[in-house]
Design a protein around this ligand. Sequence first.
Ligand code: FAD
Ligand code: UDP
Length: 371
Amino acid sequence: MGYDYLIVGSGLFGAVFAHEMAKEGHSIKVIEKRDHIAGNIYTKEMEGIQVHKYGAHIFHTNNKELWEYVHQFAEFNRYTNSPVANYNGKLYNLPFNMNTFYQLWGTITPAEAQAKIAEQRQVLGNKNPRNLEEQAISLVGTDIYERLIKGYTEKQWGRACKDLPSFIIKRLPVRFTFDNNYFNDRYQGIPIGGYTQIVEKMLDHPNIEVETGVDFFDKKAEYLKSAEKVVFTGMIDQYFDFKFGHLEYRSLRFEESVLDQENYQGNAVVNYTDSDTPYTRIIEHKHFEFGTQPKTVITKEYSSEWAPGAEPYYPINDDKNGALFQKYRHLAQQEEQVIFGGRLGMYQYFDMHMVINASLKAVAREKKERR
Ligand code: FAD
Ligand code: UDP
């Protein structure tokens, strides 16, 4: 046995685990199949701008301890996410709030906006919402559903809103105040100088060795023998050779351009909520750090169904995949040498603070077991 821990994947889950266990004196090897560390939070400087290479990442949490935890590795700015929706050339503020209601209906007071929504909700009758479409109409009425939700959601998930679970839309705040902050969390910001430094600092320890550009599955048996325990943050179904079949994921394609102009869209995130525009959103990276560079970098984000060979980004949280995941989880529980972690290992849509929390919990369990 060479190492105490072999960590498969250098994303946040693996990096936090490596960092905490290295501090305890354990020897760690991290392997990563991409040619860089940091998983999906990877950022890279282009034209003096930190570019979020795998989609817009805004750190937000209500948990003070987690907020303080990440501050060991970076300083954060005061960025507040307030995306704008572009529906056929007209702009609306997000999340759904008094600004949005005014732009749509000219309503001035919360009572007027509530009355408008109540009137539109009547198309549902008295029944409880059974899917995303009904949930959305029940929350914000038919106009917002048609203009700001339907097209975006169907592009993002590749499924009709009628066939999607309602909880997806419950993540978005609906407010009867003039507040464009996309999140309700107490703490929010962007690490000044990008996210990659966070993982770099986590892995910068004499007990940690890192190798990029290597896939665990090229030498699975050998890797399993190389360490006492393994932390696996890749796809759980792949670990078990897809023996019960494939879990479904959504994949993304990022189309990046450098533009010879200072300011392209005036905001970090603009969502295209109609169904004709093929991409879901355009990110203009410099606005995450209030940049004033002469050029700008933008990324169009296209959503697609995952197929072997593509990157899996979003687990699909429906009943069918949930049941399949439980079968893999059952196998994982019997695999005593291996800890399954992170977004792909646990098949869960985790935000960054949630993945750090899950990794710290795994560390605590591990320390307890070793005592
Ligand atoms: P990952 O970052 O995916 O890391 C897993 C690593 O394992 C990858 O680097 C992968 O290459 C490697 N790996 C996989 N299989 C193998 C193998 N066989 N061999 C070797 N290496 C392997 N969260 C927020 O809090 N705020 C946001 O605004 C936000 N926006 C997001 C936007 C998008 C488009 C996406 C996709 C996610 C977003 N997230 C956001 C979520 C955030 O990216 C995740 O919480 C976090 O990156 C998950 O970390 P992880 O370690 O679980 O997984
Ligand atoms: N959503 C929408 N219109 C928007 C933004 C979001 O209908 O302009 C819906 C969509 O169904 C999406 C969900 O709200 O899947 C959650 O959005 P969020 O931005 O949290 O998605 P993320 O990209 O972070 O998963």
